[in-house]
Ligand binder design. Structure first.
Ligand code: GYE
Length: 325
């Protein structure tokens, strides 16, 4: 841990040197046209899921040196306090711009004001936060509420007419996707015969998805006939628990998830998942372009939303071979 911190500081120092001359400025050269590198601090949530790995890779590709960037990358291990500390260190380093994928929606006001006072624009990617809109320049991400609605609409259509007992594996507590997907799903199943037996966080990870599902199965056993996992990884972890309990996933327990990673679509093709809603993680290019535009003083859209599809088992067969993440 100590070595890591020291290495991290050394790295930050190296980047600070490289960034000398453009600290905190949105002025000449920061648009990338003059050959001067743009230093960007990216505060990523962590590495909780397959979706997250794909998002990190997409960001690192887009913020490459060849594209005119010096990227300072931080993964916060899904801890809000780590992430705020990372953003503060970016401010101290005098980066040109800060990109954040906020772990949770709250608690951002102070550090965002500090960035504003230092004249460093903040761009949000993936997740949203609750602070006032004048504290960030643009958000690039997916419509989590709509994803929840699409998942819920499938459940309502497929199982809503017969009494159905559902359990829910929620994402990180306090995160925008966990809140919005829950809201979207609930509105779509309102008035159906789907009843929520239980709903708990699995922190968007396979390991916790498995553990929490084991608990649900111990408590409710064969009563459970529907699982809504707010991401693929938790659903994939739950598969082990369901099989270990002697039940067949995709049949005894129908499963709907969100993300549509390669592994998620594979589970759909294998008949273990029943429906998967896409959440596109390949946002890097658009985020990098937005950073350049903001630094060049161009007007950017406040909200830039990616479009997502959804897949049943047959559609997954067609989509799987070309899946990029
Ligand atoms: O669904 C999940 C994750 O914020 C949309 O975060 C993202 C979510 C994604 O790690 O897998």
């Amino acid at each position: 841990m100590k070595t890591k911190i020291v290495a991290g500081i050394a790295l930050l120092g190296a980047f600070a040197l490289a960034a000398t001359g453009c600290s905190g400025s949105a002025g000449a050269g920061a648009s990338g046209g003059s050959g001067k590198m743009i230093t960007v601090g990216f505060a990523q949530t962590g590495s909780e899921s397959g979706w997250r790995s794909a998002n990190t890779e997409s960001m690192k590709d887009a913020f490459s040196e060849a594209n005119g960037f010096k990227l300072i990358f931080n993964a916060a291990d899904n801890k809000a306090e780590n992430q705020i500390a990372a953003v503060r260190s970016f401010i101290n380093q005098g980066v040109d711009a800060i990109v954040i994928a906020p772990v949770v929606t709250t608690g951002w006001d102070d550090v965002l004001k500090e960035a504003k006072d230092a004249n460093i624009p903040v761009i949000l990617e993936d997740r949203t936060l609750d602070s006032s809109e004048d504290l960030w320049a643009s958000w690039i991400g997916d419509d989590f509420k709509k994803e929840g609605e699409t998942a819920g609409a499938w459940a309502a259509k497929t199982l809503g007419a017969t009494p159905t007992n559902m359990v829910v594996l929620e994402g990180t507590t306090g995160s925008a996707p966990a809140q919005d997907r829950a809201a979207g799903f609930s509105s779509a199943i309102a008035g159906t015969k789907i009843k929520t037996l239980d709903s708990q966080t699995g922190n968007f990870t396979r390991a916790d998805g498995k553990t929490v599902m084991e608990g649900f199965l111990q408590k409710y056993g064969k009563q459970i006939n529907l699982l809504f996992a707010q991401n693929d990884d938790m659903g994939l972890g739950a598969l082990d628990a369901i099989k270990a309990a002697g039940l067949t996933p995709g049949k005894d327990v129908q499963i709907v998830t969100i993300d549509a990673t390669h592994d998620g679509l594979q589970a759909l093709v294998d008949g273990q998942f029943n429906y998967v809603v896409e959440c596109n993680p390949l946002l890097g290019k658009q985020v990098a372009q937005t950073v350049k535009d903001v630094l060049a003083g161009k007007t950017v859209e406040k909200r830039q939303t990616a479009t997502d599809q959804a897949f049943d088992q047959n559609q997954a067969k067609t989509a799987l071979p070309d899946r990029k993440y």
